[in-house]
Design a protein around this ligand. Structure first.
Ligand code: PDD
Length: 287
């Protein structure tokens, strides 16, 4: 089955899909995106993803390209046309196409929109969750509005590539004061006993949808959640460390900069949350 993308109103094979070289996303990174998990044919937590999309677009003064209902219909159609059961849906909205000029286009242009589906290797993710992953620390040298989910991800790309070269899967970004902000493509959590600690949602992190789901699951399970900043030393001394994202939900981290965390195995709270997470999420069927 050839992969099908939605590009500015058309459903096209990915190999034939085209965007303009004057798309402001291509030239300036002037756009935003969302990644939604798809599990067993259901889109997970779509309402929260659409809420965040609206917030990101509003922050950049880009209009919604279509209504929430129409976007949901496109998501489901792309899911169906790609036979997607487990994986993710990627949505990108840019300011649109205009001759290159830093100022917003003088006359309003239509936002450009792309939606693609990606299958995930469930067995590989399960194996990683079973063993836990390694992370390294990297300086957080991003701009101050990373709460806006923009497509400008170069610092994240460089940090994650450094992690890959060091034999790790995630980079923990560290601010000037030695506090961990978040992962290159995830939110970071540490666990002490029955208490989960994660950095408060501020402009300095992306407020993850999976992060919100973990708060819901933790509350239902009677675990305490503390939103406060923590250092690399705090993470190294924690009982457990995990990261959250739409693509990996709850993923245990068992090594940081080559040091073992806890006993080097995924911890009980992390495993519990990974198992329970989807019992607390909203599901929108594709089929
Ligand atoms: N990234 N922080 C950053 C910098 C991220 O890129 C992501 C997700 C998160 C977690 O957000 P959520 O739980 O809503 O997925 C936090 C996506 C998955 C990506 O870029 O592929």
């Amino acid at each position: 089955m050839s992969r099908i993308a939605y590009v500015n109103g058309l459903y096209q094979p990915v190999s034939e899909a085209r965007v303009s070289i004057e798309d402001r996303g291509y030239q300036f990174g002037d756009g935003v995106y969302e990644v939604c998990e798809v599990l067993d044919g259901d889109i997970i937590d779509l309402t929260r993803h659409l809420d965040r999309l609206e917030r990101s677009l509003a922050a950049l003064e880009i209009p919604m390209p279509m209504s929430r209902g129409a976007l949901t219909a496109v998501f489901r159609e792309i899911g169906r046309r790609n036979g997607l059961t487990n994986g993710s849906l990627y949505l990108q909205v840019t300011r649109g196409v205009a001759p290159r000029d830093h100022y917003f286009p003088a006359r309003p242009v239509r936002p450009a929109i792309v939606v693609v589906a990606k299958r995930s290797d469930q067995a590989r993710i399960a194996a990683q969750a079973e063993a836990g992953i390694a992370a390294i620390t990297q300086p957080d040298n991003r701009w101050e509005r990373v709460d806006i989910k923009t497509i400008g991800l170069l610092p994240n790309v460089l940090a994650k590539e450094a992690a890959r070269r060091a034999g790790a899967r995630e980079a923990f970004l560290v601010d000037r004061d030695g506090f961990i902000t978040e992962g290159g493509s995830s939110n970071v959590w540490i666990v002490h006993g029955h208490t989960l600690i994660t950095r408060p949602a501020s402009p300095g992190i992306l407020k993850g949808i999976t992060r919100a789901g973990v708060v819901d699951a933790a509350t239902a399970l009677g675990l305490a959640v503390e939103e406060r900043a923590f250092t690399v030393a705090d993470a190294l001394g924690a009982d457990e460390v995990f990261v959250t994202s739409a693509t990996n939900t709850v993923m245990p981290v068992v090594r940081l900069d080559g040091n073992t965390i806890g006993n080097g195995l995924p911890g009980p709270q992390t495993r519990l949350l990974r198992g329970e997470f989807h019992h607390h999420s909203e599901r929108t069927p594709i089929y």
